[in-house]
Design a protein around this ligand. Structure first.
Ligand code: FES
Length: 166
């Protein structure tokens, strides 16, 4: 099967990726269908995923509390986070399962904590940590544009920020 870039919601394009050169991140052979790979450029960790719809590139940081999604599980186009069981649809950028900690969804609606089937619900004692969990908003994924050039998977990345001159 030919490798192709998957469509994604253009309004969720990562900032800083317009009018930049595309960078070669992998060869198509390194990312078969159903595979996820983390690639690092500067201080940016990129997650490349070959979904049934094609290849997508997002930040390798969960939009909840930044855990590496590359350590999670992929089922079709749904990636599951290894930390709090949040699950995200790579076709839409939306969470399809809120983290166990609860909190705010991308539209700002509050979701209480929950437990996966068969596990005891966690008690959440009141206090600063509970308040932080309650106010943590799960964002939608942000996408880096992908193009396939022959056997190369190329991705538009924002410029790497430079530190202050010393
Ligand atoms: S960090 Fe991913 S669900 Fe919490």
């Amino acid at each position: 099967m030919d490798t192709r870039a998957a469509p994604f919601p253009l309004e969720l394009t990562a900032p800083g990726t317009a009018d930049v050169d595309f960078s070669v991140l992998l060869s198509a052979a390194e990312l078969p269908v159903g595979a996820m790979r983390r690639v690092t450029r500067g201080d940016l960790d990129i997650l490349l995923v070959h979904t049934p719809e094609g290849v997508v590139a997002v930040e390798d940081r969960c939009p909840h509390m930044s855990a590496p999604l590359s350590l999670g599980e992929l089922e079709g186009s749904i990636v599951g986070c290894p930390l709090h069981e949040g699950r995200f649809d790579l076709r839409t950028g939306n969470p399809v399962q809120m983290p166990t900690t609860g909190g705010l969804d991308p539209d700002g609606r509050y979701h209480p904590t929950w437990s996966p089937a068969g596990r005891e619900p966690k008690t959440d004692p009141p206090g600063l940590k509970a308040e932080a969990r309650r106010l943590t908003r799960v964002r939608r994924l942000r996408y880096f544009p992908v193009r396939i050039a022959g056997e190369r998977i190329e991705v538009a990345l924002p410029p790497v920020p430079r530190g202050p001159a010393t």
